[in-house]
Design a protein around this ligand. Structure first.
Ligand SMILES: Cc1ncc(COP(=O)(O)O)c(C=O)c1O
Length: 391
């Protein structure tokens, strides 16, 4: 839904997420090349990014979507999978009995997280000729953060015991493994895949498809995409399987900024600024992972500022009451003033899907810079949305 097509950015009140289709497409071109060279298929992980207003620009480069819930699989089917030849994969850590029938109306493949879930729901999927998969957990990973580590101790994410998996192979045509997190080392990925092959290789020979999940940061500068393509192609040929990748962050990295206005300035040992958005409500992952939002533009002039703590550096705060609602601390040439516009980068992945109404802070609008450079005001939010979200 577009509220205002072809509008002037200067007329749009902050805060807003500004999506840049060209920046997204430059990631997607790398993904498409990887798929063309390796034979792998790439599915957008909606858990990372589900702003469907840009899906039309993304469709030429991806094979479909994958999901982590009923709502995501429905969105994937409605807004991506409705196009010729696109696939809609369904996965959830746990489906409830009252949602499985609806999930199966949208899914082209369904991946169950556990043997219990497989036993409970496989017959319904097979009766509808929907291929069934199982998530495997290799118990090793490339993840720096324990909170995001699928191989963390006592992980619930997938099955690992070959003795229990082998008897159900008759019901499944494929498996999904996801054990990378922004892994930008081809060597680490390849070694991890070798470990997975050593554990589950015998199973792969009996399957039609293997999804290797997301978290491979092959869009990083100097990543040897050609080596990755060869590794995936060799893997696919060795076991006779269709390889899937589930890129979330890699699809939309640097694809959006959050544009804010400075509402107030204070001084408490250092210069402080308060903007009209909130890290807790609008870029929550930065709070969870204790990272700084890159400051990418001041008053529409592009700049590059990452964390810098000096005696004179400026701390930019969000406007929620959380004491630590901090976008970051930056060494700036000039002090910021009330009314200045600050834009924070990397605002596409795991941001918009997690936004919330904490403190009732105004929800940023969604603005899209189209491939032809025109600006669409895609969506705005107001009091009615806040109120409806609570009861
Ligand atoms: C099963 C699965 N697939 C894909 C992804 C997407 O990962 P990323 O955004 O790091 O590429 C995730 C992220 O948690 C996931 O759990």
């Amino acid at each position: 839904m577009v509220i205002h097509k072809n509008t002037d950015l200067k007329t749009i009140p902050t805060p807003y997420y500004l999506l840049d289709e060209a920046a997204i497409v430059s990631n997607l071109k790398i993904i498409k090349q990887l798929c063309d060279d390796s034979g792998a298929k790439a599915l957008l992980a909606l858990k990372c990014f589900a702003t469907w207003g840009v899906f039309d620009a993304m469709k030429p480069y991806l094979h479909g979507t994958t999901s982590s819930s009923l709502n995501e699989v429905r969105l994937g089917k409605e807004e991506f999978g409705n196009s010729e030849g696109k696939e809609t994969h369904a996965y959830s850590v746990a489906y409830s009995p009252n949602e499985i029938d609806e999930v199966l109306t949208y899914a082209d493949k369904i991946i169950f997280n556990s043997l219990n879930q497989l036993a409970a729901f496989k017959d319904k999927a097979i009766a509808k000729n929907i291929p069934v998969g199982l998530r495997l957990n290799p118990k090793t990973s490339n993840s720096e953060f324990i909170i995001a580590d699928p191989a963390r101790p006592y992980s619930r994410l997938g099955e690992h015991d070959l003795d229990k998996i082998t008897p159900v192979l008759q019901y499944i045509t494929g498996v999904m493994l996801h054990n990378n997190c922004e892994n930008n080392s081809f060597e680490a990925f390849s070694a991890s895949l070798a470990d997975i092959e050593q554990k589950f290789g015998d199973i792969f020979y009996q399957l039609e498809w293997v999804s290797l999940g997301g978290g491979i940061h092959f869009i990083a500068p100097n990543y040897p995409v050609d080596k990755l393509a060869k590794r995936l192609k060799d893997f696919s040929q060795k076991y006779g399987v269709q390889v899937y990748l589930e890129p979330g962050e890699a699809s939309i990295h640097q694809g959006a900024s959050l544009v804010t206005t400075v509402l107030d300035t204070l001084h408490n040992g250092k210069p402080l600024a308060v903007v009209d958005a909130s890290i807790e409500a609008h870029m929550l992952d930065l709070l969870i992972y204790r990272e700084t939002a890159p400051l990418v533009a001041i008053n529409n002039t592009p700049c590059k500022h990452t964390q810098s703590e000096t005696d004179t550096s400026t701390i930019v705060y969000g406007k929620s009451c959380l004491a630590g609602d901090i976008f970051g601390e930056y060494a700036l040439n000039e002090s910021v003033k009330i009314g200045d516009k600050l834009a924070f980068g990397n605002a596409a992945g795991y941001t918009m899907v997690k936004k919330n109404w904490f403190n009732g802070v105004d929800m940023p609008s969604i603005v899209i810079k189209r491939l032809d450079g025109s600006i669409d005001l895609q969506q705005t939010f107001g009091y009615a949305d806040y109120k409806a979200s609570l009861s």
